[in-house]
Structures are given as C-alpha cells and as structure tokens.
Write a protein that binds this ligand. Structure first.
Ligand code: ZN
Ligand code: ZN
Length: 129
C-alpha cells in the first residue's frame, strides 16, 4: 500500500483526498468533505464570499438612485412652490417600481421619478451581465 504525505501539513496519511480547488492531496484532517476542498482553500473561499458582496452593491446603488430621485422631487417642489402638497415616491421592489404621487404637480414629480426608475433598471440590467 502506498502511503502519501499530506501536501498541506506534511503528515503521512494512509488515505489522501484531492482538493478540487488547488488539486493538492491532503490528509483526512486537512480536507473539508462537505465542499471537497482542503482547509486552506476552504478558509480562502469563506473570506472571499463574492456571492454576498454583489447584491449589497446593487442594493446600495438602488438606494442611491432613490435618494437622487428624492432630491429631484424636493427640488421640483421648491421650484413650483408647492413643498407641502407635491410628493412623489418611488419604491423599488427588485426590478419592479411602485410610483406614488400626490399634489397638483405630481405628474411632473412622477415623470421625473419614472425617468430615474428607468435609469435604475438599466443600471440594474447592465451590472447583472
Ligand atoms: Zn494534512
Ligand atoms: Zn486546496
């Protein structure tokens, strides 16, 4: 029977496992069976977590666009002198926008909000590629 040395900790092991990430042969103690990688690659994968950082960026971008939309709405309200009565709110639920507007100039506010929402969706689709 061939006894190999673990390429991670150097110990002689009767059974070795091949890491699917770095292709190294490691011993039982250095291998993570649930993900089929060595402990070194496992900790690296855990640190990276690219799946978790990506939606956060999208979320922040969406939030920034909504914030920008609010600034536009407030600015348009001030321009028309109807701060109390004109309101337009865009709520983005994923890629689906919900636009709420009230007041005499709400059409203008909604129009601005809709343009920003479309821009937001375009950004969303471009980033997803
Ligand atoms: Zn080992
Ligand atoms: Zn590895």
């Amino acid at each position: 029977m061939q006894v190999k040395a673990c390429q991670l900790c150097g110990k002689l092991a009767p059974v070795t496992y091949t890491c699917k990430q770095c292709q190294r042969e490691v011993c039982e103690a250095c291998f993570k069976h649930d993900v089929n990688v060595c402990s070194e690659c496992y900790s690296r994968l855990k640190k990276g977590m690219p799946l978790f950082t990506f939606p956060l960026k999208l979320f922040l971008l969406g939030f920034a666009l909504i914030f920008l939309g609010m600034i536009f709405l407030i600015a348009s309200s001030i321009l028309y002198g109807n701060v109390q009565t004109t309101t337009g709110v865009v709520i983005l639920v994923g890629p689906i926008p919900i636009i709420i507007g009230t007041g005499p100039h709400s059409f203008f506010a909604i129009l601005l909000a809709a343009i920003l929402t479309i821009l937001g969706i375009v950004f969303f689709l471009l980033i997803r590629k």
